[in-house]
Design a protein around this ligand. Structure first.
Ligand code: DQA
Length: 158
């Protein structure tokens, strides 16, 4: 199984950027922890960060046929991007949206997510630990999909 982690604009500045909101961990540290966890769980993982909306759309599209699940923090594009929302819908994969901060406790313009309604689930406001929770969530989703497929095979065989 393969998970692709997609990070939106300014998340390359984590650790430096508003640490009181986003914490002190740098993106590389978050990814190193996710990589460790993926290794322990026997899952392949790939990381991608871009500050550009079109590049994020391209990367989401590339996941079709290549990945089994996507963990995405679309960052500021969460609140504006119909293109990213459509790309998430298009690939038909399990997608977990992560927000480091609790967007519902912040400015009004952050309280609406264009992308969450087309994601499988969302993890919001746990700080950088949210990425670890997303990994656990994705493994649970993989297990559920597998159990469902096995049950369907058994029904077809019966
Ligand atoms: C964010 C929340 C967004 O509103 C903001 O633009 C970000 C980060 C978060 O992880 O809390 O860049 O997605």
């Amino acid at each position: 199984m393969k998970i692709v982690v997609i990070q939106g604009p300014n998340l390359n500045m984590l650790g430096v950027r508003e640490p009181q909101v986003y914490g002190l961990m740098r993106l590389e540290q978050i990814h190193a922890q996710m990589k460790d966890f993926a290794g322990q769980s026997g899952v392949e993982i790939e990381f991608y960060q871009s500050n550009l909306e079109g590049e994020i759309v391209d990367k989401i599209q590339e996941c079709y046929g290549d990945a089994d699940g996507v963990i995405i923090n679309p960052a500021a594009y969460t609140h504006t991007s119909i293109a990213i929302r459509d790309a998430i819908s298009a690939i038909g994969l399990p997608v977990i949206e992560v927000h480091i901060s609790n967007i519902y406790r912040r400015e009004e313009f952050r309280q609406k997510s264009m992308t969450a309604p087309v994601c499988t689930s969302s993890i919001i406001g746990f700080g950088p630990f949210g990425y670890h929770l997303a990994m656990m969530g994705m493994l649970q989703i993989f297990n559920e999909i597998q159990a469902l497929q096995e049950a369907q095979t058994q029904t077809a065989d019966a």
